[in-house]
Ligand binder design. Sequence first.
Ligand code: 5GP
Ligand code: MG
Length: 446
Amino acid sequence: MIKEHCGVFGFIGNNSIKYTYEGLKLLQHRGQESAGISYINANDLITQKGLGLVEEALDENITLNDSKISIGHVRYSTTGKTSLKEAQPLSNEKISIAFNGTITNYFEFGKYSTDTEFILDFIDKDIKEGKSIVSAIKHFMDIADGAYSMLIMTKEGEILAVRDPKGFRPLVMGKIGQNLVFSSEDSAIKQLGGKVIRDIKPGEIIRAKNSEIVSERIENSRVSTCAFEYIYFSRADSTIDNISVYEARIKLGEVLYDKHPANADIVVPVPDSSRPIAIGFSRKGKIPLEEALIRTIASKRSFIMPTNDKRNEVIEEKFGVVENAVRDKRIVLIDDSIVRGNTMKRIVSFIRNAGAKEVHIRIGSPPIKFPCYMGIDFPSRKELIASSKSENDIAQYMGANSIEYLTVDEMIKAIGRETLCTACFSGIYPLRNRYPIDKLESIFNG
Ligand code: 5GP
Ligand code: MG
């Protein structure tokens, strides 16, 4: 089974496909492995999808089709091999689903190759039995465990926007002119010239037709939104549940300095995602920030390469060092997170080779010790460096003078919300079915 994190976008109104196509490009950071769009043309539900970035996966001519409704999806997996079979949206003749998350108990319900396949089949069966789409979705929400922010388009010309009761992943509703738009992140809506209406609430089902919406909310449980959306995954110009991602990152950096200062001459961010964290750290510590690591444009993503050799090869291509900025200096290197440890180990060695005197690592999140089953692609415990090594051992392995992370409480305080999922740091999974991690690991990493 493949774990994935993804982006979804939907639009009701004229030039619908054009907006969804552009919207997906603005969500490209949420998934670069495949892209797809479903739309309705002359009463047929049509889905096109392909591998790669939006512009590679979908011929831009798709936007010329006349459709007043569409949903789209960008997908990001970890397995290293990607096939069209897993690309979304997933549809039959009547409904189409674009899904961001992971259903952790889908295997209880039959032999499905993906959790998305299970959702489509489950809802389709209920509809065939005469249930309304909303009842079918509620039934699904009753039995499904896990994370899901999803858009379902019906042949009748509706979009249903659904966010799981724990609100693990973001999902936002807005307007562009008079037209309704749905997006994983609000930054995409704003960039298209639209206005954000609000976040879809945890446990909420929005049924939208033309410019009308009806909302229902199933009984709420304790909300548990993914902390990693704030730390790394979302775009810095997004706001999730009324908290600015950029401001959260600045605060992560400020708290990092307050609680884990370092004596150093310069602060260096690992571009791009840790930049606001480094700004917060630098301001608070009054240590100048230097962009001494330069990221190669269009570098590949090291994170998802299938083997460690390949990952290291990509990291070599990804970063250059400004030698004059680091020579004979004491450096604080800031990154948002350490997962396997490949990135940081390579970077410390580049910076040492360029003549740095000391290298101190400060990380804007707690140590990642546990895999994620709620839609982020963290591998099994044996691949997570902090799962088996102490901070001292990690510093030594990296060749750094010191390493410090935020604690979970410091992170919560910095982001400014209590209702966060911290499973990858704490091992406490806010799931209903408490499968032991061993079982989940063997199902999801096997
Ligand atoms: P590592 O090299 O330790 O395995 O990965 C850590 C680096 O990958 C950090 O620079 C962090 O910004 C980035 N990172 C963390 N989580 C993810 C993810 O889910 N996907 C991708 N592509 N990068 C990630
Ligand atoms: Mg990074």
